[in-house]
Design a protein around this ligand. Structure first.
Ligand SMILES: [Zn+2]
Length: 247
């Protein structure tokens, strides 16, 4: 392929612009806030789950507490009725009196047990309330953090988009100066070689693959016409001669 030396040089400018556009796209795709937002999203799912779990525990414990309290009330009422009967002197037979007294004693023990149950439920309730409050607090913090990260991400993206737009404007102007066949070859090579289609020959070295050219290769290039399009023997990219080529 043939192309004026000036056009080949222009290809290096185009390569610079394209590499910058690629770096900007990479930056947009790897903004740290994106990962941070994903991490916060999954943390928020966990926190909502633990809040729901604590709420369920609380309503179960509420039911347990009401049941234990009503058991205590029943036992207390029965025990008071027995005590009244005794005080009123309604029971006279010693055997019946003894039976009543033993019932009062066993009701008192039952009442003590039930009151322990109520205390135990209340303690567990405090634990569940603390868990719920902690989950809600952390959830609110995570939501605020996520919002801040989303704002930072938008600002960073706006900046990147503005840089991209400016580079794309320049690209339009530069690519318009390059002959179509050279541009097509560059585009094809860029796709095949991780975004780099053209590289400078700099002090006997290909800037694309960083390989030093052999003396024989350099000799051939020295003999080539200035409008010959040279390709690197190693990476096959377009090798552009410049004043720093060391020929
Ligand atoms: Zn090369």
């Amino acid at each position: 392929m043939k192309a004026e030396s000036a056009h080949q040089m222009r290809l290096l400018d185009l390569q610079d612009i394209d590499s910058r556009i690629d770096r900007l796209a990479h930056r947009a795709a790897t903004i740290p806030e994106t990962a941070e937002m994903r991490r916060l999203d999954s943390r928020m799912v966990e926190l909502r789950d633990s809040a729901v779990l604590a709420e369920t525990d609380l309503s179960d414990l509420d039911r347990e507490q009401r049941k234990a309290e009503s058991d205590v009330d029943q036992v207390r009422a029965r025990s008071e009725r027995d005590a009244k009967r005794m005080a009123a002197g309604q029971v006279s037979s010693p055997k019946e009196l003894e039976g009543l007294q033993s019932e009062i004693d066993s009701l008192r023990r039952r009442q003590d047990e039930l009151e322990d149950v109520v205390l135990n439920v209340m303690e567990r309730r405090e634990g569940a309330e603390a868990r719920l409050a902690a989950a809600r607090k952390e959830l609110a913090e995570a939501e605020a953090e996520r919002e801040a990260a989303a704002e930072r991400r938008s600002a960073a993206l706006l900046e990147i988009r503005a840089d991209e737009d400016a580079e794309k404007d320049r690209r339009g102007r530069v690519s318009a100066e390059i002959p179509e066949d050279l541009l097509a070859l560059y585009t094809k090579l860029r796709e095949q070689h991780s975004g780099v289609g053209a590289a400078a020959l700099r002090y006997g070295r290909c800037e694309g693959c960083k390989m030093a050219l052999s003396t024989a290769e350099l000799g051939e290039i020295r003999l080539a016409a200035s409008d010959d399009v040279i390709r690197c023997e190693d990476c096959r990219r377009i090798l552009v001669r410049t004043t720093e080529s060391g020929l």
